[in-house]
Design a protein around this ligand. Structure first.
Ligand SMILES: Nc1ncnc2c1ncn2[C@@H]1O[C@H](COP(=O)(O)OP(=O)(O)OP(=O)(O)O)[C@@H](O)[C@H]1O
Ligand SMILES: Nc1ncnc2c1ncn2[C@@H]1O[C@H](COP(=O)(O)OP(=O)(O)OP(=O)(O)O)[C@@H](O)[C@H]1O
Lengths: 219, 219
């Protein structure tokens, strides 16, 4: 069964540790702050106090046997970078690092860190896209230029069956699911004969420019 | 055209302001730090220096005419809470606040703030889900228990047409798109006769427990 390490138990790191433990994975949680370690010791498989910038301390944790190490330190760039460097030396299987700036990301990528998480940036982009779509309730980018959005159906769609609404023909986007609120139910692979209510939420996939049109059209 | 305000230009707030400006919305960006304001003044419609906890300063910004106000302050809970309180008094149309803890979120919800963003928490949940799925390349929750994932096709799928692979019948999940890497191309609403290569990425939608099975099955 998979084993993970989280180095640094701030808001991000502690939540990664908690979620993975809840999903029944083995987690080693490490922080130099005894209080942070104490808060998690009954939640994770093992919780340890250590200064992870210290290569000796890192080696004694036996990290090369783990499937992935999440570097979730905050504070200075230096500590995160040094820790990643030592982890590369140890030869851990996979390193994921939380970054605090574009420069931080660039440095870690040059160190060969394959995966980088920038929470504030990612949440900001998502919020900006959300605010930009008038009738859109949620926005998930799938790939550059393609996204999945939840939209409220516009007046010319409400009361029609999915087939009659001809959303694909008119807007070039595909309805992949309908989330009904009355009664509360998900319809994956919705029946084309299903009549759309104004309380339904359409989950739609397509090119961003087509999604923008459907949102504007429904304002 | 829509107008937005961002109060607080840290990593999150400044990125919201930049993204919305890039999407050609009007943005008023506010911070008490002149350097932060200066960095954005050529990017946004208008950038102002102000202490946003000061109700007089807030009123003079004329915020009730904007479509939404993003409260992106860091530091103390107090400043964020006071600012939200004043915004409620002014009667702005929509308030979105960045929070720094579950307690912070609870307080703001009691104040009637409808939408709250907790970047570290959201990124942590997403990373934890990602690490948990073996063959899964990305994971996007759509609703409790339903998600969209990108997966590498397992051996019993590669070389078959989408129709013959019978993914829906076997796994109970729907392939909504295929991202080919060779050549690089997206196939939305993929042709059921399309043959799946081992370099393809399947974008799949379904219940979390079914998605877990398809990932495990392909390890
Ligand atoms: N050298 C180190 N060794 C072990 N733990 C460390 C080290 N440096 C920092 N930490 C821990 O990393 C955690 C995250 O750091 P901090 O809270 O400063 O960052 P942050 O960017 O605010 O994190 P988050 O956004 O996740 O809350 C803290 O609990 C801190 O004790
Ligand atoms: N009362 C205030 N009036 C105006 N601006 C403020 C006020 N308090 C804080 N700010 C600004 O809010 C911004 C974000 O604050 P800070 O950087 O402390 O938070 P943060 O949680 O680290 O933010 P982020 O995660 O977005 O980087 C800063 O640029 C700061 O100057």
């Amino acid at each position: 069964s998979k084993q993970f390490v989280v180095l640094g138990l701030g808001k991000f790191g502690s939540e990664v540790a908690r979620q993975m433990s809840a999903d029944e994975f083995e987690v080693l949680a490490v922080d130099r702050d005894p209080d942070k370690v104490d808060e998690l010791k009954d939640v994770v498989t093992r919780a340890a106090i250590a200064d992870v910038t210290d290569p000796e301390a890192l080696r004694s944790l036996g990290l090369d046997s783990f499937d992935a190490v999440v570097v979730a330190l905050g504070g200075s760039l230096e500590e995160s970078i040094l820790t990643c460097l030592h982890l590369k030396d140890i030869g851990v299987k996979q390193i994921i690092a939380k970054v605090m700036s574009p420069q931080h990301e660039r440095i870690l990528r040059k160190l060969g860190i394959g995966r980088v998480i920038y929470p504030e940036y990612e949440s900001a982009v998502r919020l900006a896209k959300h605010l930009g779509f008038q009738a859109v309730l949620d926005f998930l980018p799938l790939a550059p230029g393609f996204s999945l959005v939840e939209i409220a159906p516009s007046e010319d769609i409400v009361g029609k069956s999915l087939r009659d609404a001809e959303i694909r023909q008119k807007y070039g986007v595909q309805v992949v699911a309908i989330r009904s609120l009355v009664p509360e139910q998900w319809h994956l692979v919705p029946d084309p004969n299903m009549v759309i209510k104004d309380s339904d939420v359409l989950v739609v996939i397509g090119k961003d420019e087509d999604l923008k049109k459907i949102a504007k059209g429904s304002s």
